[in-house]
Design a protein. Structure first.
Length: 106
């Protein structure tokens, strides 16, 4: 099985799009409303694929910039993150950072 960035052929097919989003120079072209309409939420991808993709962009703050805290979290949430394997705490941190970015007060 050929893999790119650790993704199987089936997982790559899940991400495949029928249109080329780059121009002749390899730059991403301006996206249209139709492009956005075809997109699906990251959360709709299979959990295993989400985990692999998150691992590709895993940029966790250095330990010096982190605080260790205790926060009550539902068991279902913890189990979902732990199911992704090692680095689950970093993925929790990334999910919280993404939520903050999306919900930043204007």
């Amino acid at each position: 099985m050929n893999e790119i960035y650790g993704l199987s052929a089936e997982e790559l097919e899940e991400l495949k799009d029928t249109e080329d989003w780059t121009d002749d120079e390899g730059e991403v072209r301006e996206l249209t409303r139709a492009d956005f309409a075809k997109m699906k939420p990251f959360s709709s991808l299979p959990l295993e694929l989400q985990t692999k993709l998150l691992a590709l962009k895993a940029t966790v703050a250095p330990v010096a910039e982190q605080d260790t805290i205790q926060v009550p979290v539902s068991r279902a949430v913890v189990e979902q993150f732990r199911a992704g394997g090692d680095g689950w705490q970093g993925r929790v941190d990334m999910a919280l950072r993404e939520w903050l970015e999306e919900n930043r007060a204007s």
